[in-house]
Design a protein. Structure first.
Length: 329
């Protein structure tokens, strides 16, 4: 296990120091479109009378040969080819803004500056594009304590969202705020160091609220724990006027692989077996109930349905809309 996390540290270090593998320098078999800088990006949907806006924090390249477990490199490449993709693949980093009465709520905060120049760190620009200042955020719901979900909470040691209460699953607080767990579990120490650095300003300000069971955060907004990827991984379910949207966190990283084969895990999983079990059960439930979900690493805007397919499941992004909707007379 120690070897697995030493390898993961090397992968992450390479990602930060060498930057993305640019699609402008394709391999001989890569005829996919090149990557371009999009900048700030937003996309808004209505869930009942609640306005929900996807916010782009950018994308990051992932070398699936090094990250995915329980599948051969040959199988990875074959499945990617079916999806017109090649390794490495781009993973979106999505956050979501909820406008609930006089409260502005963020689900996750992107990576901030933790991945280095050119990777992520677009959340604040995307918030500005949505007409929102960081000081206006009243609540932040963290799906879990990993750098690409909590990294945007601080900059230069200061709270980016000084008026926000941070909601987190208590098992993640207990796990990541205790550096001894790095030794106890062989999980890479940098996760613990980052969690302590990023969360401390909010803890010191009395702004962290944790939960250890299904909890109503606000009327119509419920948190539930689904441990596996991390001990305190959480879903957040929004319900309004008979409509429902669930923010699913990191049960899904690579649609082309993990939807057809939910048993495939990723190096970031604290408990891979539990993570695979959570993914399989959640996919089945979401497909059966035709539930709308918001996923932080699906292609922007990251909102869609998981549907049963001949092999496992597939992803159907929401229909694009761009017009003014008026009330029927």
């Amino acid at each position: 296990m120690a070897l697995r996390f030493l390898m993961l540290a090397a992968i992450l270090l390479g990602l930060v120091t060498s930057g993305p593998v640019l699609a402008t320098e394709p391999s001989a078999s890569d005829d996919s479109p090149g990557i371009a800088h999009q900048g700030a990006d937003t996309y808004t949907v209505m869930i009942g009378d609640i306005r929900v806006t996807s916010l782009s924090d950018g994308t990051v390249p992932q070398d699936l040969h090094k990250l995915l477990h329980g599948i051969s490199n040959e199988r990875i490449d074959a499945m990617l080819k079916q999806a017109y993709l090649t390794n490495p693949v781009e993973a979106s980093i999505n956050a979501f803004l909820l406008e609930m009465g006089n409260r502005l709520i963020l689900v996750d905060t992107g990576v901030g500056e933790l991945f280095g120049p050119g990777l992520g760190n677009m959340l604040i620009a995307s918030l500005h594009a949505a007409g929102v200042e960081p000081e206006q955020i009243s609540d932040v719901l963290l799906t879990h304590v990993h750098s690409d979900h909590m990294g945007g909470l601080t900059r230069d040691g200061e709270a980016v969202f000084p008026n926000a209460t941070i909601h987190i699953g208590k098992p993640d607080v207990d796990f990541f705020l205790n550096r001894q767990n790095a030794t106890n579990t062989d999980y890479d120490r940098h996760y613990f160091d980052q969690a302590i650095t990023v969360l401390t300003p909010y803890i010191d300000a009395g702004k962290v609220s944790s939960f250890d069971r299904a909890t109503e955060i606000l009327p119509g907004l419920t948190a539930s724990l689904h441990p596996g990827h991390t001990p305190g991984s959480a879903f957040y379910t929004l319900e309004s006027q008979g409509q429902r949207l669930t923010f699913i966190g990191d049960i899904l990283h690579v649609a082309a692989i993990q939807l057809p084969e939910p048993s495939v895990t990723i190096a970031y999983d604290v408990n891979p077996e539990r993570a695979a079990s959570v993914r399989s059960k959640a996919f089945s439930t979401f497909a059966e109930d035709a539930e709308l979900v918001a996923a932080p690493h699906m292609p922007f805007p990251g909102i869609g349905h998981i549907r049963k397919a001949r092999e496992g499941y597939d992803w159907l992004p929401i229909e694009y809309g761009n017009r003014t909707v008026t009330e029927a007379r």
